[in-house]
Design a protein around this ligand. Structure first.
Ligand code: 5RP
Length: 233
């Protein structure tokens, strides 16, 4: 099995474990990305077998996949309290703080994560790091107006940021915004960095999720491993 196949297998392992924790009549936040994709497949299978849930998608991409799987969807307007959200992450540190947003859905992911009673994160073991910002850049969603000024301000906080592009045009989020990917040599104080970045004019939200994940399900070569936040229900 090559590295890519192994990574998919471990993502699937973690995702299916999380999907198995969903119970009847739950309102379920549906994350975005290649790991969540496997959770959507498993939830779809369970729905077709009689599981009754309502999904709240974190992106248009997820809404499309979930609908194709037969999962009923709604919005936060109809269901302000989400029982559990299942989502991936780009990095997880030992405190279970996260970097998210490589898929560009961080704003909706964060809104739904904070509206959820429980946040379950699903990753393969390559996502575990000692310090956030060591392997992945931190995505920051910004309004397009005056984005160069926002970048200048961000570059005083991180080592260097780059506007995200897709097919030679700036990537546009589901909210109509741009994303700056900010490189750090590690983020020693994620909570403070999250606050400082969100204080800059032009910033909508950043991909640091601090003290929010209740449980991380890690797909490893020897099965799933669970880490739970101290004090989480
Ligand atoms: C999307 C995200 C994803 O959850 C994160 O990028 C992980 O993605 P994948 O499961 O494909 O590795 O935050 O905005």
């Amino acid at each position: 099995m090559d590295t890519e196949q192994l990574e998919k297998k471990l993502k699937r392992l973690a995702a299916e474990h999380a999907a198995d924790e969903v119970e009847n009549e739950m309102i379920v936040g549906l994350g975005t990305g290649s790991t969540t994709y496997y959770a959507l497949l498993k939830l779809g299978e369970r729905v077709r077998g009689g599981l009754d849930i309502i999904g709240i998608p974190t992106s248009q991409q997820t809404a499309k996949i979930a609908t194709a799987q037969g999962i009923s969807l709604s919005t936060l307007r109809e269901h302000l309290e989400v029982d559990v959200t299942i989502d991936g992450a780009d990095e997880v540190n030992p405190d279970l703080d996260l970097i998210k947003g490589a898929g560009g859905a961080l704003v909706r992911e964060k809104i739904i994560a904070y509206a959820s009673k429980r946040l379950i994160i699903i990753v393969d073991e390559s996502k575990l790091v000692e310090d956030l910002g060591s392997n992945f850049s931190l995505p920051v969603e910004i309004v397009p107006f005056g984005w160069q000024a926002t970048q200048l301000a961000l570059d005083r906080i991180c080592r260097r940021s780059e506007l995200r592009y897709v097919d030679k045009a700036p990537f546009i989020s589901d909210n109509g915004n741009y994303i700056l990917d900010c490189n750090f040599d590690g983020i020693p104080d994620p909570a403070q960095t999250e606050r400082i970045i969100n204080n800059l004019p032009g910033v909508v939200e950043n991909g640091l999720f601090v003290n929010r994940a209740d449980k991380v399900i890690i797909g490893t070569a020897s099965g799933t491993r669970i880490q739970e936040r101290r004090g989480a229900a």
